[in-house]
Design a protein around this ligand. Sequence first.
Ligand code: HSE
Length: 329
Amino acid sequence: MMNVALIGLGSVGRGVAGMIAKKDLGITITGIADSKSGGMDPNGLDIASLLASKTRKGYCGDKKISASDVIAQADYDALIEVTPTNALTGEPAIGYIKAALIRKKHVVTSNKGPIALAYKELHALAVKKGVALRYEATVAGAIPIMHTLEHGLAGNEILALYGVLNGTCNYILTRMAAEGLTYEQALMEAREMGYAEADPTYDVQGIDAAIKLVILANTIWGNGIRLNDVDRTGIDLLTPDALRLADDEGCTIRLIAEAIPRKHILRVSPRIIEKNHPLVVDGTLNALTLETDMAKEITLIGRGAGSIETASAIIGDLLFIKDRYVQRA
Ligand code: HSE
């Protein structure tokens, strides 16, 4: 059995809590917090009633208990940190993650801010404390890209990567091309379905995809690149006419992130590509092509956003930690 504390009860947090409650994973939630309240019980919290309270009242627990209280005081093996991304400071999530690592707790996060901005420092702290810091859910939703890099492609040199890394933009582009929706209508749908970031300008201006590119590049090459190093153009100025023109040529438009170290390319931009290209995926799908020395080209496709889809990546990380490190009866 592994005890976890869950910080953040937005779309991802609710998905994680729901799946832990539903599936027999050997995971117990002993601490929980949203932005307004928290709860702790070393014997396990009643998830169904916390989620019901969140839906009914807008908060899950006791307003006198904060996320920091839960992180500092609850009895848990791993912290699940799924608060919204802040790409400027990474806070408050960086502070939450540090506090847990200092307590020698493992950390699993879907939060892109801390990993893009402070990975080196957080990773060093985790190593020093002998615990794991895992972030599969930060990039490409349900696609197990980090596990693939770490295990399946171990020993390969990664020469380049190309990907559709933002589900919201992909959904908008797909809906605009297929249904003739305006950009605003398609964005509204993506927000209603819980795919977009709390601040959707992160999605449509290509910031979210650029952050994911930074996380991937640092994971693969450890080259310390930052968000400002990425050449970035979003889809917010794209017109239905541009999509129609591409369509006339048998093509479509996708927001493509690419990192090609040998050419010094690090870029996120809308690209006109042929409809039968492997990176032309629909809706909230993400796609990621890795160019490697031994395996050659590998393309992974899967759901890039969504509550349960992202929970899949988080639960994969939790079970990895449980198998490798946690030995509770
Ligand atoms: N807003 C993000 C996206 C969520 O649309 O891809 C997953 O990181």
